[in-house]
Design a protein. Structure first.
Length: 257
């Protein structure tokens, strides 16, 4: 399959005096950063610092918009209309883009955060709203979507520039969906196992589900979460595993059509 892959991570999720993740250690290991926009984490100072850190390490910057749920970290379902959601995504994307402009770099992508990512998979109207917001933000802006999912297929039909995403640190169901975080086996915290899953996704276009079934999964970008226990060790193992397998880790902006 792919001899080049993007490695992304959710970054800049600290807020005020509260710190989440080790962005300083993780940033040199990835090729694209999903920067929290203030609705689930991040604040103006953190956004600026994260964008500037990404620029120093040659990491591409993307917006990571969420439902307006700071207390719940964007992981609680909310009843929102498609029109409201378009405005939420536009507003947050614009915040990160402005800090990118100030730093002299282009915004590469947008990736919905948390439950919003799941809602887009389950509800076509939500997927449509996110796709429209991404397209309105710029025709070359890349939208990250769950690989082989309904959300991915719908946004591609809309003509949105899409990067299909796989996850190194999450377990999969046989339908290609991520195992719910409510289940004890949802997270993959063993660095070697996460690295092996990432390499197989990139090299073979396959992933093994939590119950041992191999499914097809074509990906252009692979995510590791910054708040997974032992995240830095996991991301380092994934990066090293990909490189040992002869797979280049490069930002989407450099090679995605």
């Amino acid at each position: 399959m792919s001899q080049v892959i993007d490695l992304n991570c959710d970054m800049g999720e600290s807020y005020g005096r509260w710190t989440l993740g080790d962005d300083q250690a993780v940033m040199p290991l990835i090729s694209s950063a999903n920067v929290a926009c203030g609705f689930h984490g991040g604040d103006p100072h953190v956004i600026r610092q994260t964008v500037e850190r990404a620029l120093r390490h040659g990491v591409a910057v993307g917006a990571h918009p969420s439902l307006p749920d700071l207390m719940g970290f964007g992981r609680r379902v909310m009843d929102v209309t498609p029109a409201e959601l378009r405005d939420y995504v536009c507003y947050q994307t614009g915040a990160v883009r402005e800090f990118c402009r100030a730093a002299g770099v282009e915004l590469q992508h947008v990736k919905p955060h948390g439950i919003l990512y799941t809602m887009a998979e389950r509800d076509e109207a939500i997927a449509q709203a996110i796709g429209e917001a991404a397209r309105q933000s710029g025709e070359r802006l890349i939208l990250m979507t769950l690989a082989s999912g309904k959300y991915d297929a719908h946004c591609r039909k809309m003509g949105v520039r899409v990067a299909s995403e796989g996850f190194a640190d999450r377990a999969y169901e046989v339908d290609g969906q991520l195992v719910s975080r409510k289940k004890p086996y949802a997270l993959i915290i063993d660095p070697a196992r996460a690295a092996a899953q990432a390499v197989r996704m990139a090299a073979e276009g396959k992933v093994r589900t939590h119950d041992g079934v191999d499914i097809d999964l074509s990906v252009q970008t692979i995510c590791c979460h910054g708040d997974t226990p032992g995240a830095t060790a996991i991301i380092r193992a994934v990066r090293e595993g990909l490189e040992r397998a002869g797979i280049q880790v490069r930002p989407l902006r450099d090679w995605l059509p």
